[in-house]
Design a protein around this ligand. Structure first.
Ligand SMILES: [Fe+2]
Ligand SMILES: [Fe+2]
Length: 190
């Protein structure tokens, strides 16, 4: 498969040649007692928190669009949660790039192309994260000026943040498929 077909917005999963360990340790086995160490479970929990927070932010945008929430109520919940989401996501990717991926690459050189792809995902997601923050600022400024005239910035934000969330969901699933079986295989001591 060439690299372009593996881009975050085009692929539907990882190539089979990187998923040998996943077939040995399928998702259905992960929650069996004693299978996951603390780090793997923590990592999965972080990913789940990103999925939930990302979806909650999209839901609050949908509520604003549909007129189910007033602009001031929307802002009170949206601003701190978006700040948390973007900040934590950025920190999570840095920890993976700097600490986890180098260790995994060294432990399993055959999977190095997989970690390069995840690294590239982080760059894509980072650009989308910045675009989302900018679109959010434009939306908040428009709401402060005149909520009845904020439709354009609202649509722009919904589209840009929707791209971030769909890319993130793809990335989280693929990263888990690569990393969790490797952590189970290696064990976590050391
Ligand atoms: Fe990641
Ligand atoms: Fe991650």
């Amino acid at each position: 498969m060439n690299d372009d077909l593996l881009d975050l917005d085009r692929r539907n999963g990882l190539p089979a040649e990187w998923l040998t360990l996943l077939s040995r340790h399928p998702r259905s086995s992960w929650q069996s007692p004693g299978t996951l160490g603390m780090t793997a479970q923590f990592w999965l929990d972080r990913h789940q928190a990103f999925r939930q927070l990302g979806q909650a932010l999209q839901d609050s945008i949908e509520a604003l669009r549909a007129g189910r929430s007033a602009p001031e109520d929307f802002q009170a919940g949206f601003v701190p949660r978006l700040r948390l989401f973007l900040g934590e996501l950025n920190g999570h990717h840095q920890v993976e790039d700097l600490h986890y991926f180098p260790v995994f690459r060294q432990a399993e050189p055959d999977l190095a192309p997989g970690f390069e792809l995840l690294d590239r995902d982080h760059q894509t997601l980072h650009a989308e994260l910045i675009a989302t923050a900018e679109a959010a600022n434009a939306l908040l400024q428009a709401l402060a000026r005149d909520p009845s005239a904020a439709e354009g910035p609202l649509e722009t934000y919904a589209e840009i943040s929707g791209d971030l969330l769909s890319g993130l969901l793809r990335h989280l699933d693929d990263e888990e498929d690569l990393v969790i079986p490797l952590m189970i295989e290696l064990g976590e001591i050391g």
